[in-house]
Design a protein around this ligand. Structure first.
Ligand code: HAS
Ligand code: HEM
Length: 558
C-alpha cells in the first residue's frame, strides 16, 4: 500500500540524513585545516572523537564516505523508489523493499566497523595499493548490491506497467526515475568488478597484489557517472516539483525526457577525465573521453534553460517583469523553493568548474589541488545536498504526516548553507590556483612553505565558510529532528505533494504524443546504446591493462 511504501521511503531518507549529520560535522575541522588552523590535537583530547577522528585522514575518509556515498545513496533509494511506484500506481512488494533496506543498512554498519576502528583509512576513493580491512570492501559491496536491488524493483515495476498499458507514455516522474536507475546499473559495473574481482580477494590474502591502474580505471568507470546518480534525483525535483513550488509549471515535457535520455546514454563513457595524469593510457582515449564529457554537459545546459524558463514563467504569473527583475518575484518565503533555487545557482559555478576540470589543457593546473574540493562542494555538496535538504521540508511531512517544525528557521538554514558553500568554493578554488594540494593535513606544523604563500585571503574565506556551514547545519538538523519527533497531525495541507501541473501528459498514448516524447520512450533500447558506447570506449583501454596485468603488494593500513 502507499502508506507502507511511505514508511520504507521514510527509513531510507532518515538514515541518509543521520549519515549526513555525522559526516558534515567533520567538515568544519577540514575547513579550518585549509585556513591554517589545526583543530585535531584539541579533538584528540575527547576520547569518543579520538576514536572516530583519530587522524585528519580517518576523519576525511569518514567525511567523504558518509556524505558522498552513504547519504546520497540512501536518500535516492527512498526518493526514487517512492516517486516512480507512486506515479505508476503499482502495488509494490513491501517485503522485498524492506529486505533491500535492511541489506543496505547491514552493508553500512559492516563498513562502519573498520572505518571507526581506523582500519579503513583509505579515503572515499580507496585507491590501491592502500589496503583496507576486507570488512570495509565487503560492507561497501553489500551496500551497492542493495542499491541495485532497488534499481531492479523500480525497473521491473515499470516493465510490468508497460505490459499492462501498451502504447502508453510513461508518466514523466517515473520516466526520470527509471532512466536514472538504468544509468546506475550500467555505471555500477566498474565498481562491482573492482571490488569483487580485485579488492576483496586481495584484502583477504587470496591474491598477492593488485594492479593499481586497472583498479583505478574500473573505479572511475563508476566514479564519474556516480555524480549523475547524485545529481539526477535533484533534477527530478527541479523539473517535477520546483516549478509548482514557485507557482508555475513544467516548461516542456519533451525536453525533460530528452535530458534524462541523454544522461542515460552519455553519463558512463567519460571516466578517463579523472585519469589524465595516469600513465599507460593512450592520449587518444583520454581525448575521446574529454569530448564525451563535453557532450554529457549538454543535458545540464538543457536543464538550465528549461528550469529557468519554468521559474521565469512562475514569476511572471506573480507579476514579475524584466530580464532579471522577475527573480525577485519568486516565492522566496518558501524554504523548500529557496533552497533548491540557491542550489541551482551554485551549480552554475560548479558546472562551469567541471568543464574546466575536463579540459585536458587545464587539468594539470587544477588536478589534485584544493580547486577540486572547491568544485565538488558546489556540485554534490550544494546542488545535490542543498536540494535534498530543501526537498525534506515537504517530503518529510508528506511521508510522516507531521508538520514542518519552524519554517522560520528552515529559511535561514538554506541561505546560510548557500552562502557558506559559495565562500568555501571561492576560498578553495583560489587556493587551488595557488597550488595548495588537496587531501593534505597542511595545518599540522612543519608546513612552513604554506605560510610563505600569498594565500591569506582565501585561507580566511575557507575558515569563515566552515563556521557559517556549521551554523547552517545545526539550524537545518534542528528543524529536521524537531519535525521527526513531533506528533502526527495528518493535516492534508502539510502532507501534500507539490507535483507540477503539466506532469500528467495531456496526450497519454504514444500515437498522440509529440515526436520527442515518442522517440525517448524506449528506455531499454537507450540503456542498450549506453552499454554499447561504454564498452566501445572502455574495452580498448581495459584490454591492454588486462594483458599487462601487474600485481603490486598492498600498503596495509589495518
Ligand atoms: Fe565533477 C571531479 C568534471 C559535474 C562531483 N566532480 C569531481 C569530484 C566530485 C565531482 C566529487 O573532468 C572529485 C572526485 C575526486 O575525489 O577525485 N564534473 C565535471 C563535469 C561536470 C561535472 C564536466 N561533478 C559534477 C557533478 C558532481 C560532481 C554534477 C556531483 C553531484 N569533475 C569533473 C572532472 C573532475 C571532477 C574532470 C576530475 C578533476 C581532477 O582533476 O581530479 C558536468 O556534468 C557539469 C555540467 C553542468 C553545467 C551547469 C548547468 C547549470 C544548471 C543550473 C542552472 C541554474 C538556474 C537557476 C536555471 C553545465 C543546471 C536560475 C535561477 C536564478 C534565480 C537566476
Ligand atoms: C572534502 C569541508 C560538507 C563531500 C572536504 C574538504 C574540506 C571539506 C575542507 C577537503 C579536505 C582535503 O582535501 O584535505 C566541508 C565542510 C562541509 C562539507 C566545511 C559543510 C559543513 C560536505 C558535503 C559533502 C561533502 C555535504 C557531500 C555530500 C566531501 C568529499 C570530500 C570532501 C567527497 C573528499 C574527501 C577526499 O578527498 O577523500 N570537505 N565539507 N562535504 N567533502 Fe566536504
Amino acid at each position: 500500500s502507499l502508506s507502507g511504501l511511505k514508511r520504507v521511503a521514510q527509513y531510507y531518507v532518515v538514515t541518509a540524513f543521520m549519515a549526513l549529520l555525522i559526516g558534515v560535522l567533520i567538515g568544519p575541522l577540514q575547513a579550518l585545516n585549509y585556513a591554517g588552523i589545526d583543530a585535531y590535537p584539541a579533538v584528540a583530547r575527547i576520547p569518543l572523537l579520538r576514536t572516530i577522528i583519530g587522524s585528519y585522514y580517518q576523519g576525511l575518509t569518514l567525511h567523504g564516505v558518509l556524505n558522498a556515498l552513504v547519504f546520497t545513496q540512501f536518500f535516492t533509494s527512498g526518493w526514487l523508489l517512492y516517486l516512480p511506484l507512486r506515479a505508476l500506481d503499482v502495488r509494490p512488494n513491501l517485503t522485498f523493499a524492506w529486505v533491500t533496506y535492511g541489506l543496505m543498512l547491514a552493508g553500512l554498519l559492516t563498513a562502519a566497523v573498520p572505518l571507526l576502528g581506523n582500519n579503513a583509512t583509505v579515503l572515499y576513493t580507496f585507491y590501491p595499493p592502500m589496503e583496507a580491512s576486507p570488512v570495509f570492501y565487503i560492507g561497501a559491496a553489500v551496500m551497492v548490491a542493495a542499491s541495485l536491488l532497488v534499481a531492479g524493483q523500480v525497473i521491473v515495476a515499470w516493465i510490468g506497467w508497460k505490459r499492462a498499458h501498451p502504447g502508453h507514455v510513461t508518466p514523466v516522474v517515473a520516466y526520470m526515475s527509471v532512466a536514472t536507475w538504468l544509468m546506475w546499473v550500467i555505471a555500477a559495473l566498474g565498481l562491482v568488478a573492482e571490488v569483487v574481482f580485485l579488492l576483496i580477494p586481495w584484502s583477504l590474502g587470496l591474491t598477492a597484489g593488485v594492479d593499481p591502474l586497472l583498479a583505478r580505471t574500473l573505479f572511475w568507470w563508476t566514479g564519474h557517472p556516480i555524480v549523475y546518480f547524485w545529481l539526477l534525483p535533484a533534477y527530478v525535483s527541479w523539473y517535477a516539483f520546483l516549478p509548482r513550488q514557485a507557482g508555475g509549471r513544467l516548461a516542456s515535457e519533451g525536453l525533460t525526457r530528452l535530458a534524462f535520455a541523454l544522461f542515460l546514454v552519455f553519463s558512463v563513457p567519460v571516466g578517463l577525465h579523472h585519469q589524465y595524469a595516469d600513465p599507460n593510457i593512450s592520449t587518444a582515449w583520454k581525448t575521446i573521453h574529454m569530448f564525451l564529457t563535453f557532450l554529457v554537459a549538454v543535458p545540464s545546459l538543457l536543464t538550465a534553460f528549461s528550469v529557468a524558463a519554468a521559474l521565469e514563467d512562475a514569476a511572471h504569473a506573480r507579476g514579475g517583469r524584466g530580464v532579471l527583475g522577475w527573480i525577485r518575484f519568486l516565492n522566496w518565503r518558501d524554504a523548500s523553493m529557496t533552497g533548491q533555487v540557491l542550489a541551482m545557482v551554485s551549480f552554475i559555478f560548479g558546472g562551469a568548474g567541471g568543464i574546466v576540470n575536463a579540459s585536458y589543457a587545464f587539468a594539470p593546473i587544477v588536478h589534485n589541488t584544493a580547486w577540486i574540493p572547491g568544485h565538488f562542494h558546489i556540485t554534490v555538496g550544494t546542488a545535490t545536498t542543498l536540494s535534498f535538504m530543501a526537498i525534506t521540508f515537504w517530503l518529510v511531512p508528506h511521508l510522516t504526516g507531521k508538520r514542518l517544525h519552524s519554517p522560520r528557521l528552515a529559511l535561514p538554514s538554506v541561505w546560510l548553507w548557500f552562502t557558506g558553500m559559495m565562500l568555501f568554493a571561492v576560498g578553495m578554488h583560489w587556493q587551488g590556483l595557488a597550488a595548495v594540494p588537496r587531501r593534505t593535513h597542511l595545518s599540522a606544523g612543519a608546513q612552513d612553505i604554506y605560510d610563505t604563500m600569498q594565500i591569506a585571503v582565501p585561507r580566511a574565506l575557507t575558515g569563515l565558510s566552515g563556521v557559517i556551514l556549521l551554523i547552517a547545519a545545526l539550524l537545518y538538523f534542528w528543524v529536521l529532528l524537531r519535525t521527526l519527533v513531533s506528533p502526527r497531525v495528518d493535516d492534508p495541507e502539510a502532507t501534500v505533494i507539490p507535483i507540477s501541473d503539466a506532469i500528467s501528459p495531456s496526450r497519454p498514448t504514444l500515437a498522440q504524443a509529440s515526436p520527442l516524447v515518442r522517440r525517448t520512450e524506449p528506455l531499454l533500447a537507450l540503456a542498450g546504446a549506453a552499454l554499447v558506447l561504454t564498452l566501445l570506449v572502455y574495452l580498448p583501454v581495459l584490454g591492454p591493462m588486462l594483458a599487462s596485468y601487474q600485481a603490486v603488494p598492498g600498503q596495509r593500513l589495518w
